[in-house]
Design a protein around this ligand. Structure first.
Ligand code: DAK
Length: 264
């Protein structure tokens, strides 16, 4: 169980079916080096198989930074082949996180820059503390976003806004991130985790088959044309007619009582 293991750079706790995954390298503002990515891979791969975890909250330790990017001290001397291997590894971890059956909420508690913003974007949605700052500053370093930023950012906030952020390397504050749809909510830092947990609890009270299939439909649909996405939705929707949750949910509505929805 990952919560019983002692990782060097990541803290994991599980309570009330919520896993809290905290990147813990505060001296480097939680920058993601290969050791941290390796730990994250192990954690995500285990969480994917755990029926006792329904929602995952990812955050950074301390009060200043979520994740300040890929670890620049590790990248500085990397050859093109090493850079490609490191980027492919992070792509694997982020895409895995994006598609696990559980809902993933990024609780962005400070800097979410470069690979940190890309990490947050692989969550289902993001809540930010008032001090959070977002950006893709890679062009300052002579590179481009390499962990999915050129792909997920335009899908989230639109092509023009994404290009402006990437070309200028500008950092934006939490309010601006909220205005452009990069985050769903901005709250005081002290309330960030409790707000994410409150949403997690609400989601957990729903039928988890339905939530997971809704996640699959949105994720799959955004990568294909509308007709193919709609076909996928049709299949998922009709599959849910086989579940006890569908009988219970609709039956409870008609009987005017609260529904008791089940687990995976
Ligand atoms: N990597 C390593 N160390 C970092 C770091 C990072 N990304 N960000 C901060 N640190 C370290 C600092 O070096 C400093 O360490 P010490 O000097 O104390 O040892 C410590 O964290 C505190 O940072 P500062 O002293 O700089 O703190 P400030 O409050 O003054 O500034 C800051 C905070 C976040 C504005 C600043 O630290 C900063 O600008 N950090 C870098 C942010 C950044 O550029 N992030 C994007 C990283 S690039 C690719 C694949 C992926 C990528 C690229 C290519 N390929 C396909 C190969 C992804 C790239 C990125 O993510």
């Amino acid at each position: 169980m990952v919560e019983e293991k002692k990782f060097e750079n990541v803290l994991v706790s599980v309570e009330d079916e919520i896993a809290l995954v905290t990147i813990n390298r505060p001296k480097a503002l939680n920058a993601l080096n290969s050791a941290t990515l390796k730990e994250l891979k192990e954690i995500v791969e285990e969480i994917e198989t755990r029926k006792d975890i329904k929602v995952v909250i990812v955050t950074g330790s301390g009060e200043k930074s979520f994740v300040a990017g890929a670890d620049i001290s590790e990248m500085v001397s990397a050859t093109p082949v090493q850079g490609k291997v490191m980027a492919a590894y992070a792509h694997y971890v982020f895409t895995k996180l994006e598609n696990i059956p559980q809902v993933v909420i990024a609780a962005v508690n400070g800097f979410a820059l470069g690979g940190g913003c890309e990490f947050a974007m692989s969550a289902d949605f993001r809540y930010a503390s008032e001090n959070a700052k977002f950006g893709q500053p890679e062009v300052n370093l002579g590179v481009i976003p390499g962990w999915g930023g050129t792909q997920r950012l335009p899908r989230l906030i639109g092509k023009g806004r994404a290009k402006e952020l990437i070309y200028t390397a500008d950092l934006i504050n939490a309010e601006e991130a909220y205005r452009i749809g990069l985050v769903n909510k901005v709250v005081p830092l002290a309330d960030l985790i409790s707000t994410a947990k409150a949403t997690a609890k609400k989601i957990i009270s729903k039928g988890s088959y339905a939530v997971t299939l809704a996640k699959n439909c949105v994720n799959t649909g955004l990568d294909v044309d509308l007709a193919s996405g709609s076909k996928y939705e049709l299949e998922a929707f009709s599959l849910l007619f086989s579940t006890d949750d569908k009988k219970e949910g609709m039956g409870a509505f008609l009987e005017k009582r609260p529904a008791k929805l089940t687990d995976f």
